[in-house]
Write a protein that binds this ligand. Sequence first.
Ligand code: NAD
Length: 435
Amino acid sequence: MTAFASESVQAELGFRYDPSDLYQQVIGHVLGSAEILDLPRHLRLIMAQPKNEFIFHFPVKMDDGEYKLYKGYRVQHNNILGPYKGGIRYHEGVGLDHVKALAVLMTMKAALVRLPLGGAKGGVQVDPRAVSQDELMRLTRRFTSAIADNIGPDHDIPAPDVGTNAQIMAWMADTYINFQPGHQRWLGEAVVTGKPLEFGGSYGREKATGQGLVFVLDELLPELGLRFDQTTFSLIGYGNVGSWTARLLQDRGAKLKAVMDHTGAIYNEKGIETLTLAQHVVFKGGVAGFADADPITEDEFYKTQVDLFIPAALEQMIDVQHAKIMNCKVVVEGANAPTTPQGQEVLAERGITVLPAVLCNCGGVTVSYREWKQNRQAETWDAETVDRRLRQHMTAAAGRVKLAVHRYGCDMRTATYCAALEYIGKVYQIRGIFP
Ligand code: NAD
């Protein structure tokens, strides 16, 4: 019944059925949860399509004097709770349906954590490693000028994601500020979060997503019969989310056994020192060649026996084939949508618990919200204050998900969407639909 209801909404909106499409996978799940909540049909239709989708084509002067035309996106999914919020991705695989899916997840995260923010996502089709720093700066400034009319501290606030970082956020904010009239410039830095500390950034933002994930594990590990100091884990991705998660888990006594990224996979039965690996990645660009571990194949990586398997790279990496060979007790989704619906079915059949991304990685947007708030109040909070607030939010979010599992008798991903949609549904009910 759930699948039918979800498909009928998608059919009404003219979607051509494609089970491999990330957007349809995410929306299918959201609509399934809306069905459990018996949300009104108009709300399901609203959730199933973003409010705004922008595509930009813009030229960038390359170092050799030639021009290249780039394609960028910004998708604003929903703003019933507050200004749109979501990351900017630089990756050669960025496409509209992908960005739409990630924007929906942002709406869900903000609602789950009860932040006064909506959901958005953006990106540029570019391999950031294949361009120089100067080209990256010109591309960022030109992209920002293209989207400048559609973002703003009161309207839509981007942040870092795969392939972008604090420096790129600084270029974005600086470009945006230069478009503002003099008397409004002071607020301009609040247009993006994840900025460097010296330019309106927040303590704790860089590690926020990993820290939030660990706070969620504080709530859920005991129920799964696990203890940090007796836990082993493996990671896909050793960028912002992966490396911080690894370091914070190691601080709690857990042992990193295997890592895979775009350069290869490595393994050490005795444990991989997480900070040393982070430094290696900064200098070498990836985990391959790390001296204190052995290289392994992709298959061997997925088969490595661990307690926690933590995807922290790209979407759809845990498909049916990988789900069949994985050797873990729990999947902790640091990345967005890393598990396909079919992959999740296999994991469920094999008794492997999945802690869903919307809960596990919402620490990033939570501290981004704190950065935005500090910018608007012209204040700087200390690291302890930011951490304390983050923990409060993550504990409350995990509590909402547990309650929804109990109330609706469903898996954690469905429960997470239910906990988010319940709140959005109430706000729509109170506000009504204009006019
Ligand atoms: P990042 O760019 O810092 O790191 C990405 C990592 O993915 C790198 O280690 C890279 O090597 C790896 N990777 C790329 N292609 C790969 C491949 N084919 N196989 C294996 N590894 C590959 O990005 P990030 O900010 O750490 O984001 C990682 C995930 O977390 C994404 O899904 C992102 O949307 C999500 N996320 C990030 C934040 C944040 O605050 N940065 C917040 C919430 C969710």
